[in-house]
Design a protein around this ligand. Structure first.
Ligand SMILES: Cc1cc2nc3c(=O)[nH]c(=O)nc-3n(C[C@H](O)[C@H](O)[C@H](O)COP(=O)(O)O)c2cc1C
Length: 172
């Protein structure tokens, strides 16, 4: 049977993985089939008619695995429906306001423009001092990034509902 949607993610500390799981759950509630996998576990895109790819952001960059996934699968991704998200900014309020509209690394723009995703967004992230190493703590201190869990499950759910909704609407 054709699988409907792949939700692939690149996460270092698990916060982005949990966002991906939530997206998969919402998509399934919309009656679609969804696999949720870390990017390095994805072997074949042919069973999927849509892909959601999310990456955690570290020092302005996507995780290497997410970039590799985009590059290696560019041809297939240009043929199917794709949604992208970054997860990272911390602090209260709309993450896209915190990042002043930034939602993916500029170096990926040409590749992303060729793939033509249906939407790209940025979700808030989670910073937990307990899981950070010394250097990471220094970076976070220096940029004064607020520590805590700023993932907005309502916004994530709303975005994921649109994915299922738009696939149904198009009837493909
Ligand atoms: C050293 C370090 C650098 C980070 N750099 C950024 C950044 O440039 N932009 C951003 O939005 N978030 C940044 N973050 C926040 C992470 O993206 C956020 O903690 C995210 O939720 C981590 O996801 P993960 O648990 O899936 O790895 C940084 C976090 C750390 C520890």
């Amino acid at each position: 049977m054709e699988k409907n949607i792949l939700v692939a993610y690149a996460s270092k500390r698990g916060a982005t993985a949990e966002i991906a799981e939530k997206i998969g759950e919402v998509v399934r509630q919309n009656g679609l089939q969804a696999d949720v996998l870390p990017v390095n576990k994805v072997r074949d895109l042919t069973p999927y008619r849509a892909v959601v790819l999310g990456s955690a952001v570290y020092i302005g960059l996507w995780r290497r695995g997410a970039v590799k996934f985009l590059r290696e699968n560019e041809n297939r991704l240009s043929e199917i429906h794709v949604w992208l998200f970054s997860s990272g900014p911390t602090g209260s309020g709309d993450p896209l306001e915190i990042t002043e509209g930034w939602c993916f690394p500029e170096s990926l723009r040409p590749l992303i423009e060729r793939i033509q995703p249906r939407d790209i967004t940025c979700f808030g992230g989670k910073l937990d001092l307990k899981t950070m190493n010394f250097i990471e703590k220094m970076i976070i201190n220096k940029v004064k990034a607020p520590v805590g869990d700023f993932r907005n499950w309502e916004a994530i759910t709303k975005w994921a509902k649109n994915i299922g909704g738009s696939l149904f609407r198009r009837g493909d």
